[in-house]
Design a protein around this ligand. Structure first.
Ligand SMILES: [Ca+2]
Ligand SMILES: [Ca+2]
Length: 239
C-alpha cells in the first residue's frame, strides 16, 4: 500500500517526466518547422531547383516623350536600311535562323554565312540635343561551322560619325557566340546627343568554315525633354 509521502514523490516524478516530454516535443517541432516554412514560403519544393527565368527583352520604359526612331527595325517591311553584301545578295531575308524563327515576324538581317564575307546593314539616326535617354537595343543569333577556339568570323556593331570623326565599336560578336537562340544587347548612347550618327552591323568572315549572323528587332529608344527645347527657342521662358 502506497503511503502519502510516496504518492507525493511519485506525483512529482511523473510531472517532471511529463514536463521533460513537453520540452523535447517543442524542441523537435521548432527544429523542423523553419525548413518546412522556408520551403512553402518560396514555393520551392524540397529537392527541386528554382525555375530558370525565361529570357525576355530588356525592359525599356516607353514613358512620355519617348519613341523608337529606328525605321523598319523589325525588317518586316521595305526601307530604312542601307545594306551591302560582297556576294551581291539581299541581307534582309526570310532564311531561317538556327532557332527556327526570327525574333519577330518572318524576316530579319542575315549576314555572312559564306567565306571571305563582307556584309552590313546601316541606318542613320539623329539624337536631338534635348534627348534625356538614348538606348540602342537589338536581338542577335550566331550560327557557325568554326570551332570556338578563336574569333575567326565577326559581327561588329559600329557607331559611325560624320566628317571623319572616330568610329566607335559598341560590340563585337563572333563564332564564339554561336548559340541557336536569340540574345539581346542594349547600349546607352546618350553621349551622342546633338549629333547625327550611323549605326552599322558589319559581318566579316575568314577563308574557311563560315559563320552566319542574324539580327532582328533593332530599336533606338529616344526620350526628349520638351521643356528644354522650348527654352532653347524662347530663352526668356526659363527665367
Ligand atoms: Ca523580324
Ligand atoms: Ca570562318
Amino acid at each position: 500500500m502506497m503511503t502519502t509521502s510516496k504518492r507525493v514523490t511519485f506525483s512529482r516524478v511523473f510531472m517532471a517526466w511529463a514536463l521533460l516530454g513537453v520540452i523535447v516535443g517543442l524542441v523537435i517541432l521548432l527544429s523542423i518547422s523553419p525548413t518546412y516554412y522556408a520551403g512553402t514560403a518560396t514555393g520551392v519544393e524540397q529537392g527541386n531547383p528554382p525555375p530558370t527565368p525565361t529570357p525576355g527583352p530588356t525592359p525599356i520604359p516607353p514613358g512620355p516623350g519617348c519613341r523608337d526612331v529606328v525605321v523598319n527595325g523589325n525588317f518586316e517591311s521595305a526601307g530604312g536600311w542601307i545594306t551591302y553584301s560582297a556576294l551581291g545578295v539581299s541581307v534582309i531575308s526570310s532564311f531561317p535562323p538556327p532557332s527556327g524563327a526570327y525574333h519577330s515576324g518572318r524576316r530579319g538581317a542575315y549576314l555572312g554565312d559564306y567565306n571571305l564575307a563582307h556584309d552590313f546593314i546601316a541606318q542613320q539616326v539623329n539624337i536631338p540635343a534635348n534627348a534625356t535617354k538614348a538606348v540602342l537595343q537589338y536581338w542577335w543569333q550566331v550560327e557557325t561551322q568554326e570551332s570556338a577556339l578563336q574569333p575567326y568570323d565577326t559581327l561588329t556593331v559600329f557607331v559611325d560619325r560624320p566628317f571623319g570623326q572616330a568610329t566607335e565599336v559598341l560590340e563585337i560578336l563572333s563564332n564564339q557566340n554561336a548559340d541557336p537562340a536569340w540574345h539581346v544587347s542594349a547600349y546607352d548612347i546618350l553621349r551622342y546627343r546633338g549629333r547625327t550618327i550611323t549605326l552599322r552591323w558589319e559581318a566579316k568572315t575568314d577563308a574557311n568554315r563560315p559563320t552566319a549572323f542574324y539580327v532582328d528587332d533593332v530599336m533606338l529608344l529616344l526620350c526628349v525633354d520638351t521643356t528644354l527645347r522650348r527654352h532653347a527657342f524662347f530663352p526668356w521662358v526659363a527665367r
